[in-house]
Design a protein around this ligand. Structure first.
Ligand code: ATP
Ligand code: SF4
Length: 315
């Protein structure tokens, strides 16, 4: 199978003063070329940590402690920082970080911020052409290069951050909450833009969101994350129509009963999970209506259709 990216038994821990936080705890999935996968789960389940691990940008005191991330046949976890920065970052995989639209530097123009990225990562006689191409692919006029971030709307700033991530034509894009803090109209424009870019550029996209409505609009495959693990992975419509894992079942039933006025669904955001809590068995044991004695041991990962379920019920 020709995968764009394969993640295998990935573990990312934060070594904090409070103890070891297993933010990503044995995650495996693959994504094909030109495919999109949505990583969904409530706040604190480890989505952003997973995204940053794919870019080798896990913040301190976090560390990749186990697993492989195979991109173009190479395990990027084994590369030196220098090799990763030269060969992979921006060129093969790029990321729109959470809150990207607010992280543009207020004292520099858009053009100079884009040029700086290019100067650090590639050589060209004509950076302006690359910048203009990238801006036009997100439907922005070239004149925007003279503007400062405060002169742009939220939607325009998000388009700029997408254009920046595409400057070196990566084949994989990680988009972490790309529509958070945008109003509904702009959110839908950004979603349509990302769908168009995926098609036009034959890209694979990894969408990260707590909002199943957004994810289901843009992803063919959905991975449901709970306390650092993917508990169910499958085709988006299968997960909606027939959720298998008890946690997915709970989420889908809760969102369908709180359909909001824009006809989108949003997870009930729970307070940040305590990932330092000790447990050896199923992480959903306390919340699961079907829990049995066996569930005190770690549940098996059962292949189901084109995905999997991590639960003793399907043994
Ligand atoms: P959100 O949707 O709120 O961004 P998330 O699902 O993306 O949440 P992460 O941000 O990956 O979750 O966080 C996973 C867990 O890792 C959190 O519950 C937090 O306890 C821990 N964590 C994240 N960043 C750090 C850090 N810099 N230092 C210590 N612990 C961290
Ligand atoms: Fe529930 Fe057991 Fe499945 Fe965990 S393994 S989700 S406790 S049935």
């Amino acid at each position: 199978m020709d995968f764009a990216l394969s993640v295998d038994c990935l573990k990312v821990y934060y070594f904090s003063d409070l103890g070891i936080i297993k933010a990503v705890d044995d995650v495996s999935f693959s994504i094909k070329k030109n495919e999109s996968i949505g990583i969904v789960g409530e706040s604190g389940c480890g989505k952003s940590t997973l995204g940053t691990a794919l870019l080798r940008s896990v913040p301190y005191p976090g560390k990749i402690v186990n697993g492989r991330i195979i991109l173009d046949g190479e395990d990027i976890t084994k590369m030196s920082d220098d090799e990763f920065n030269k060969k992979v970052r921006w060129k093969k995989i790029s990321m729109i970080f959470q809150g990207a639209l607010n992280s543009l530097d207020p004292v520099f123009t858009i053009g100079s911020q884009m040029k700086e990225i290019l100067q650090q990562h590639c050589y060209s006689n004509d950076y302006s052409e690359i910048i203009a191409d990238s801006l036009s692919s997100v439907l922005l006029e070239p004149s925007i290069i003279k503007k400062y971030p405060h002169e742009l709307s939220g939607g325009m700033k998000q388009r700029v951050s997408i254009a920046m991530s595409l400057l070196l034509n990566p084949k994989i894009l990680v988009a972490d909450e790309p529509t958070t803090s945008l109003d509904v109209m702009v959110e839908s424009q950004i979603i349509n833009l990302l769908k168009k870019l995926k098609k036009d550029r034959n890209m694979s996209i990894i969408f990260i969101s707590h909002d199943l409505g957004v994810i289901s609009e843009v992803s063919e495959i959905i991975a449901i994350m709970y306390r650092g693990q993917i508990v169910e992975l499958g085709k988006a419509y299968e997960i909606y129509k027939n959720p298998k894992h008890p946690y997915t079942e709970k989420l889908v039933s809760s969102i369908t009963s709180i359909k909001n006025k824009e006809n989108k669904f949003e997870f009930l955001r729970e307070k940040s999970l305590d990932l330092t809590r000790k447990e050896s068995g199923c992480k959903f044991y306390d919340g699961c209506p079907y829990a049995k004695e066996k569930c005190r041991d770690a549940p098996p990962v059962i292949n189901y259709k084109n995905g999997f379920i991590r639960c003793w019920l399907y043994e």
